[in-house]
Design a protein around this ligand. Structure first.
Ligand code: MF3
Ligand code: CO
Length: 288
């Protein structure tokens, strides 16, 4: 009741006070057209953006560190140790650790594992593997999230092409994530590029708002139709992280560990993830 009163007294200004009248006016125009708007709480203030940017810098540096060191013959537990040590040495916390019971600091997802693979002392990286390393960082309460693919030793051409096309899907998605576009525009370009290449887009997992929490609104689907879905507004921070399968898009969760997501048909899957900030003129990649 008190909350509702407060909203009414505010007189319907949608954006935080620090936002320009121009942005506010534009939003009100779309609001009249009944286009789905982002919740107010996901529009960041400049101070929040500064905090999120700092967190994201460490996250990218961590991926650079992994890129420089990952190689055939190491275990995924070794990657987990790198992530824990690097992150804590930078005064930050690995967001996956203990997140809803996740037991490690990073997700390592190999071949037919789509995402959320748990690092293990028993899994050695071998020639021909394609592996996604997904890292997420908390610094001073601000969250960041990104992932890359790595090809170990000699990878067959089919898998190389899957990794390359998935990267292109991400890049096209980022290019489509413009202020005043729609989330459906992002999904559509990703889906079109994947399917044109004979691949499928995982439906059950999506990108997400990130910054003040690990996973926030909105859901960012990697399939969809242009001109549909939520309005993209300056001040939003979210991930785009297409999971593209060589075969069918159906996936399942390993019921022994409750985390590992695998393709139903056992065919390989790839994923790349960027975290972006929507600006007044385009977007800024915060972590990649
Ligand atoms: N980093 C993943 C993402 O991109 C989420 C992992 S949740 C975890 O959204 F618990 F598995 F770490
Ligand atoms: Co993510």
């Amino acid at each position: 009741m008190l909350k509702l009163m407060k909203k009414l007294i505010q007189g319907g200004r949608f954006t935080p006070d620090c936002y320009s009248d121009e942005i506010e006016k534009k939003i009100q125009r779309y609001r009249k057209e009944k286009i789905k708007l982002p919740p107010r709480k996901v529009l960041r203030t400049p101070e929040q953006i500064e905090g999120i940017r700092k967190s994201a810098k460490i996250n990218t540096a961590l991926l650079d560190y992994i890129s420089a060191n990952i190689k055939e013959g190491i275990t995924t537990a070794q990657i987990d140790k790198w992530v824990y040590d690097f992150t804590t040495e930078h005064g930050a916390i690995p967001a996956p650790l203990n997140y809803e019971g996740f037991p490690k600091s990073v997700c390592t997802s190999i071949n037919e594992v789509v995402c959320h693979g748990i690092p293990s002392e028993h899994r050695v990286l071998k020639s021909g593997d394609i592996v996604n390393v997904d890292v997420s960082t908390i610094l001073d309460g601000y969250f960041s999230d990104a992932s890359r693919m790595f090809m170990i030793g000699k990878v067959d051409e089919e898998k190389q092409r899957l990794v390359q096309v998935t990267k292109e899907c991400l890049e096209l998605g980022v290019a489509a994530a413009q202020p005043w576009a729609r989330l459906g525009d992002v999904g559509a370009v990703i889906q079109e590029h994947a399917e044109k290449n004979g691949y499928s887009v995982v439906r059950d997992l999506c990108g997400h708002g990130v910054g003040l929490k690990f996973h926030e609104e909105p859901n960012v689907e990697h399939f969809g139709r242009r001109g549909t879905g939520m309005l993209i507004v300056p001040g939003m921070t979210f991930t785009i992280e297409p999971m593209i399968n060589m075969g069918d898009y159906e996936v399942y969760v390993d019921d022994e560990d409750g985390w590992t997501v695998l393709t139903d048909d056992g065919a390989p899957s790839a994923q790349w993830e960027n975290m972006i900030l929507i600006t007044e003129t385009g977007n800024e990649i915060l972590s990649k």
